[in-house]
Design a binder for this molecule. Structure first.
Ligand code: FES
Length: 198
């Protein structure tokens, strides 16, 4: 079973989301037979860390992996995308993420360990839909001044390319950052930090 998909745009992103939902569905369906699961499958469903190879991830692309039954987005940002973030400080509701959820090592201007790699829980802080990545800096139907980021199709919350929610949106908080670390340059471990804390 594949828990992840590489995608370059919205259409492929939807495919990836479907893959994640499918994986979760299998998990729930299999609960009555949990004794037949391998120990690793059981641990994974309960929330064990997920290791993901990101070597195929190109600039502006995003991977979606399932962790604790939720989608986790791993996006690769360009220098242009990162350069926009200081300009967004005045437009977002919680610029320093003081009220939002992230490990201390991701509470910084990029909300990440490595500036270019963004790791977010893909669950809208309004009512839990999956925000969609619109990576390009160009006018979008929902925002003529779009600077790249995430758009939630359920009630139109907009987030910047660090997952920070814009002011006056239905969503109250930034997208959470899960615990994670880099096992090496091309391997991200989601669900636990370098010291092993979940
Ligand atoms: S669930 Fe995202 S805006 Fe309502």
């Amino acid at each position: 079973m594949t828990n992840e998909e590489v995608n370059t745009g919205r259409r492929r992103f939807l495919t990836a989301s479907t893959a994640v939902v499918g994986a979760v569905g299998v998990g729930f369906a299999a609960v009555p037979f949990i004794k037949s699961w391998s120990p690793s499958a059981r641990a994974r469903f309960a929330g064990a860390p997920v290791t993901q190879d990101i070597s195929a991830l190109a600039d502006g692309q995003q991977l979606v992996v399932a962790w604790r039954g939720q989608p986790v987005y791993i996006a690769k940002r360009t220098k242009e995308m990162l350069a926009v973030l200081p300009q967004m400080d005045a437009l977002v509701a919680d610029p320093k993420s003081d009220a939002s959820e992230q490990p201390a090592y991701a509470k910084n201007e990029n909300r990440s360990i490595k500036p270019e790699i963004l790791v977010l829980v893909g669950v809208c802080t309004h009512l839990g839909c999956a925000p969609e990545l619109y990576a390009e800096i160009k006018p979008e139907p929902f925002d003529p001044n779009w600077k790249g980021g995430y758009f939630c199709p359920c009630h139109k919350s907009r987030y910047d390319i660090a997952g920070r929610v814009l002011k006056s949106m239905p969503a109250p908080l930034n997208l959470p950052v899960p615990p994670y670390y880099f096992a090496d340059d091309n391997t991200v471990v989601i669900g636990v930090d370098q010291k092993g804390a979940a």
